[in-house]
Design a protein around this ligand. Structure first.
Ligand code: SF4
Ligand code: SF4
Length: 425
């Protein structure tokens, strides 16, 4: 660090919130350490083909920011990394980071993928929600950035003590490097932005919807990947039989009762899926089962009206059971007046509640900031600011604080970066 230069800022999480906060800080002349636990940047947003309410192309929206981030000399990106310890206070935090080796040289690799085929290992690709396979040396999906694979040491034969160097032999750029080591880094930072995002409610905790029991029952995230042009079916929507679905039910709020809160964006996400299906399969019949519709703001209302006009049915009811009925799925539901009915469809999509990430409690302890009753990081004064915490110099942005849409997430990232810049004056 040059004399007179300010102490860097730490941003935890390289999803859309972390990217936005890092760029704002870096473009204001601040050095940033951006810590990301995975081997790629972009978080959940890069799983989507389009984003509501304008159905903008998600990649077109995020890729320029990702490229700008990778090219920004003020940002030191630490991938495959996690915060292990934090001490100190605003202006003088000490942070220990554990950085796992990638085993592929970021400088030498050109992302040609020639090393993938020779790898004898095949495991479920978690980025694709297990809908496709990947190798032990892999990039999670086409277009993921940086376009450099990582070796998954849990599944790589070499790291299980077996003789294998097929990927290294296939790489003419000598980019596969088994001599890389995990590192422990000690950073000094002035302030911290926590942008760790969310995870979806675990649908395997439900039994009534037939998830993982019936092959044409999907989670919303699985369908997002199926709809994605860089996903496992290149955007083609098929039933397990290979035919296109003629009727689809989308069930909102799965897990809402268990969680006890509205995740606020699932209704719009369900409308988006309807819109997408209608674009791909204009004749498909879509029924949405909801308990409450959360569609705030004029842009969202307009989108809802458009979806309704495309002949999507909305039923306010509680779905009590999904069962197999021949080749179809039978949905039993109960409306508010207590009337029970059944609808048969080809495909069911479950839209789950959003939850805090599983490691939130550990990070909250390290940061010495509270979580709310649902496990999200708590802001200092919920009625006044959604980004400041009780610890001066530690800010939260995006879904780490609670479920929210992309526009709100970006606004919070900007607010967190702005607060740090104003505190540092
Ligand atoms: S490691 Fe080598 S073979 Fe694999 S993608 Fe990079 S350059 Fe291509
Ligand atoms: S060493 Fe073998 S098993 Fe491991 S990533 Fe390379 S090819 Fe795959």
């Amino acid at each position: 660090m040059n004399k007179g230069q300010k102490v860097p800022v730490l941003v935890i999480g390289a999803g859309i919130a972390g990217i936005e906060a890092s760029l704002l800080l870096a473009n204001s002349g601040r050095n940033v350490y951006l810590v990301e636990r995975t081997s790629y940047i972009g978080g959940n947003v890069i799983k989507f083909e389009e984003v509501f309410p304008n159905m903008d192309c998600a990649t077109c929206m995020v890729a320029p920011k990702q490229q700008e981030l990778l090219a920004n000399e003020n940002i030191k990106l630490l991938m495959l990394s996690q915060v292990e310890a934090i001490s100190g206070s605003f202006g003088d935090f000490s942070v220990k980071i554990k950085k796992r080796a990638r085993y592929v040289d970021l400088e030498n690799c050109i992302g040609c993928s020639a090393c993938f085929d020779p790898c004898p290992v095949e495991v479920d690709n978690e980025f694709e929600e297990g809908l496709s396979k990947r190798k032990a040396i892999y990039i999670p999906c086409a277009g993921a950035l940086p376009n450099v694979p990582a070796i998954d040491t849990e599944n790589c034969l070499r790291f299980k003590g077996q003789e294998c160097q097929a990927c290294q032999e296939a790489c003419i750029f000598e980019a596969v490097d088994f001599t890389q080591q995990d590192e422990e880094l000690e950073l000094k930072v002035e302030a911290i932005v926590v942008a760790t995002g969310f995870k979806s409610f675990d649908l395997s905790k439900t039994t009534q919807y037939g998830y993982k029991k019936f092959s044409d029952v999907y989670s919303a995230m699985e369908i997002e990947r199926i709809c994605a042009s860089n996903g496992p079916t290149q955007g083609q929507i098929f039933l397990q039989s290979g035919e296109s679905p003629k009727s689809v039910a989308i069930i909102h709020c799965v897990g809402r009762e268990e969680k006890g809160y509205c995740s606020s964006i699932c209704c719009m996400a369900s409308l988006k899926l309807s819109h997408f299906f209608k674009k791909k399969l204009p004749e498909v019949k879509i029924t949405q089962f909801y308990s409450d519709l959360c569609i705030p703001g004029k842009a969202y209302q307009k989108f809802y009206e458009e979806v309704k006009e495309s002949k999507v049915d909305f039923i306010r009811a509680r779905v009590t059971e999904v069962s197999q009925s021949g080749k179809e799925l039978a949905i039993k539901y109960k409306t508010e007046d207590g009337k029970e009915s059944t609808l048969t469809v080809d495909m069911v999509i479950l839209n789950p509640a959003l939850e805090p990430r599983a490691d939130s409690a550990k990070l909250a302890e390290l940061l010495n900031i509270p979580q709310d009753k649902d496990g999200f990081f708590s802001e200092k004064e919920p009625d006044l600011t959604s980004v400041a915490t009780i610890q001066e110099g530690i800010f939260i942005a995006g879904c780490a604080q609670g479920p929210k849409d992309i526009a709100e997430t970006v606004a919070e990232a900007e607010a967190a970066a702005g607060a740090i810049l104003s505190l540092s004056r």
